[in-house]
Design a protein around this ligand. Structure first.
Ligand SMILES: [Zn+2]
Length: 120
């Protein structure tokens, strides 16, 4: 049994929670024209790292509130739990935040890759 520390209710059994997937994914803005391929990447591609991963969790069978968590996918240890809209504070979670290309909008990521290739 895994205990998860809900920031609002305290430690509860994992069966009361659901994971809503990867946290901090930047949504493409309507004013940013992106290709279908870039939109497909945003919609369907998710990181699946071995190690620290930033996730959104919901306490479904409790307060029904959402929160973010930095969790080690190997040990299942919750490294940090923090509110929605906040950024992680621990060093390991910050590294995980900075490591993912998904923190940029699809058009920003495309512009970065074009710069690396020497194109404008
Ligand atoms: Zn709760």
């Amino acid at each position: 049994m895994l205990l998860i520390e809900c920031p609002y209710c305290g430690a509860r059994d994992e069966s009361e929670f659901s994971c809503g997937g990867e946290a901090h994914i930047r949504r493409p803005l309507a004013e940013n024209p992106i290709s279908d391929a870039e939109f497909a990447e945003y919609l369907f591609w998710r990181d699946n790292p071995k190690g620290v991963f930033l996730e959104r969790w919901c306490h479904d069978a409790g307060c029904r509130r959402w929160f973010n968590a930095a969790r080690d996918t190997v040990s299942h240890e919750f490294i940090e739990i923090y509110p929605m809209g906040a950024l992680p504070k621990t060093a390991a979670a910050k590294r995980a935040y900075d490591a993912s290309w998904r923190r940029k909008t699809a058009s920003e990521a495309a512009a970065t890759s074009r710069k690396k290739e020497g194109k404008k």
